[in-house]
Design a protein around this ligand. Structure first.
Ligand SMILES: [Zn+2]
Length: 135
């Protein structure tokens, strides 16, 4: 369990704030860049950019599901590390956690072709070899 007085980011050792953890962290910047490419929504790298899509949820339900799942997965993983002694290994773990989207089926839009394509890409990312981050 991490010392709760220690305010360093668990991924990069900068000062951890909620905004840093979910958006500014170098690890999350890579995640957001990949999510932007997957969803073909440029510049998904800030809270403001992500929240813009919340305003048109009917048209943007897939992007909102994916970004919400990324925020949820990251927050949950951070808490698993801080409170349950989980050891973070690599970025694949975030992608694997993002696959929890498959369990969000009741929220799926009627046209799920875009979501299916993104889930295939997320699944591929979860299986990718990333030796430069492995411990
Ligand atoms: Zn960080």
């Amino acid at each position: 369990r991490q010392n709760l007085n220690d305010k360093t980011c668990l991924f990069c050792a900068d000062l951890e704030t909620v905004h840093h953890l979910l958006f500014d962290c170098s690890i999350m910047q890579i995640m957001w860049k990949d999510i932007s490419q997957m969803t073909q929504k440029p510049n998904l790298s800030s809270f403001e950019a992500v929240a813009t899509y919340w305003l048109s949820n009917k048209k943007q339900s897939v992007i909102n599901m994916i970004t919400s799942a990324l925020l949820w997965s990251t927050w949950k993983m951070r808490n698993d590390i801080v409170f349950f002694g989980h050891i973070w290994m690599n970025m694949q773990e975030i992608w694997r956690r993002l696959l929890s989207l498959k369990r969000w089926q009741p929220l799926y839009p009627k046209n799920i072709q875009v979501l299916d394509r993104c889930l295939l890409l997320i699944d591929a990312k979860a299986r990718e070899e990333v030796p430069w981050l492995c411990l």
